[in-house]
Design a protein around this ligand. Structure first.
Ligand code: SGN
Ligand code: CA
Length: 530
């Protein structure tokens, strides 16, 4: 038809390299990549959450595609962000842990889209240390950023904004969409929330939310790690021992001390005070109105032993879910805007998190492990022009695939050195020749939370992990029989064939992704010298 011809001619005229895996031709789509920080799929309505509702995030699932097997390559913040930008595993993009600095001169998908005529922006959490490059507009949080009255990095320097971080990031995103961008071009916006990252500080209007709820405990809240190796036992992310009563559970350090509790880290007390110090007097008053009675009750009816773990879990979830409430409401504002302006039809809207998170499973908070809750991440994609509404996909996809997918959708050639795959065929319902395993490698050890270095692979049915560095242990899980990963089968003779097959597959994947032992030795050496 004539429209198709015009678009085709326009592409040739501007010299775009069209090499889409898709057979459908279309006007170049806009892209909004929404990524929150530490949002577990367990706390999303569309993934079956019973503890909270996320009606706006769910809109993306109802009107688009829900991915049930979406994973990260390295379950931690900066590395995940670097993988998204580059489409390369951590050992090649240089950000293997939260300490590495992102080399901003390297190839990224925003740079390639910008070159192909897209207007690009990143707003919110960045956490890559170096300045954002490849963006026409950027306004990002310094490092982890703050919840209340947060500072922002801009090309002109640091500015402080008044209010709650999730609302402010959204105000900025809407302002860019509405008035700041060049409307003659298609756009790509990375809209990144800080929430619901530790220490889970809710917006003033949500301080009381969930406080009267009794959230169901996960089956493995009191896990004793029997059936697994040293890595799970030695990790320092237990709600019982490592979650802070003051900073995480918002108890006054004076009360914590007077009751005789020792906190795992000395800085927990300072963190509590720093959070309060960022609030205005009005905010402090609202805060004290809610947490004051909780503090007094804790002082009077001090829980101990298992009751204390239960209490901490409830406190943790109340604040965590309240943070998500703001994320969900603000995403609703952006989706409404797209509809009002007639932009929804040809805008790809992605919702994901930089990784998953433990909501008490195995007794934990935090992430890092290749076990399911942190390895897996939510992924919802709406693109009415391409994706049938209400569809569910169960292919193995990764954050490694975003760069390739966005370039492909924009009709830009995918560079050969990118390591992921365009998800466009999956959007169209075609999963022929898709991968049968995903690869994972985590490096930040020794480090906070003490999760040991490990790599491994996951197929649709099994998982094989090798923990190394100050340990040499292998773990094998049958995900169909043991979805909670409670029993390591590595020495079970009835799994010998499965094990041999997985080991071979893992070797092949390591070769395919160029993650070699010699490179890893060099990485270890340089990590130890810093
Ligand atoms: C902070 C958190 C840790 C968390 C890291 C990394 N402590 O240090 O619990 O693992 O960030 O998180 S906090 O009390 O300061 O919040 S990441 O998402 O940025 O990788
Ligand atoms: Ca994170």
């Amino acid at each position: 038809n004539r429209l198709f011809l015009c678009i085709l001619i326009a592409f040739f005229a501007i010299g775009c390299k069209q090499k889409s895996t898709s057979k459908i031709s279309y006007e170049r789509p806009n892209i909004i990549f929404i990524m929150s920080d530490d949002h577990a799929y367990q706390a999303i309505g569309a993934y079956g959450s019973k503890m909270n509702e996320t009606p706006n995030i769910d809109r993306l699932a109802n009107e688009g595609m829900r991915f049930d097997k979406a994973f990260v390559t390295n379950s931690i913040c900066s590395p995940s962000r670097a993988v998204v930008l580059t489409g390369k595993h951590s050992h090649l993009n240089g950000v293997r842990d939260n300490i590495n600095v992102f080399d901003s001169t390297q190839q990224t998908y925003p740079k390639l889209l910008q070159k192909a005529g897209y207007e690009t922006a990143v707003i919110g959490k960045w956490h890559l240390k170096s300045q954002p490059t490849g963006f026409d507009y950027w306004k990002v949080l310094p490092d982890q950023g703050h919840y209340y009255n947060p500072d922002f990095r801009t090309p002109e320097g640091i500015v402080q904004e008044q209010g709650y971080v999730t609302d402010i990031i959204t105000d900025m995103a809407l302002e860019w969409l509405d008035v700041k961008r060049d409307k003659a071009k298609p756009f790509m916006m990375m809209y990144h929330h800080k929430a619901p990252h530790r220490e889970w500080l809710p917006a003033m209007e949500h301080l009381t939310d969930f406080k009267a709820d009794l959230i169901a405990e996960p089956e493995s809240l009191f896990d004793d790690y029997k059936g697994r190796g040293r890595a799970a036992k030695e990790a320092e992310m237990k709600i019982s021992d490592h979650m802070g009563l003051s900073n995480d559970n918002k108890m006054d350090p004076k009360i914590v001390k007077s009751l005789g509790f020792e906190q795992f880290m000395g800085w927990y007390e300072g963190a509590y005070r720093n959070n309060l110090a960022r609030m205005t007097e009005k905010e402090k008053a609202a805060w004290n109105k809610v947490y004051g009675p909780i503090n007094r009750d804790f002082e009077k009816n001090t829980p101990r032993g298992k009751d204390l773990i239960r209490w901490k879990y409830q406190r943790y979830m109340q604040d965590y879910l309240a943070c998500i409430k703001s994320v969900d409401e603000n995403i609703g504002r952006v989706l409404d805007y797209l509809e009002e302006r007639g932009l929804a039809e040809n805008t790809i809207v992605v919702y994901t998190s930089d990784q998953g998170f433990y909501l008490g499973e195995h007794g934990w908070f935090d992430k890092r492990f290749m076990y399911e809750e942190s390895f897996r991440t939510p992924l919802l994609v709406r693109w009415p022009r391409m994706i049938k509404s209400g569809t569910v996909n169960s292919d193995l996809v990764q954050n490694l695939d975003f760069a390739e997918t966005f370039l492909d959708a924009a009709g830009v050639e995918i560079p050969k050195d990118m390591q992921g795959k365009s998800m466009l065929p999956l959007f169209e319902g075609n999963n022929q020749n898709w991968r049968d395993a995903v690869y994972y490698h985590y490096w930040e050890y020794p480090g906070i939370h003490a999760v040991k270095r490990h790599y491994g692979l996951r197929t649709k049915t099994h998982k094989l992990i090798h923990f190394y560095y100050d340990i040499d242990e292998w773990e094998l899980y049958d995900l169909e029989k043991d979805p909670n990963e409670m029993m390591n089968l590595i020495d079970d003779p009835s799994y010998e064939l499965v094990k041999q097959d997985l080991i071979k597959k893992l070797e092949n994947l390591r070769k395919q992704y160029h993650d070699t032992d010699s490179l890893n030795q060099a990485i270890l050496k340089s990590d130890l010298n810093r």
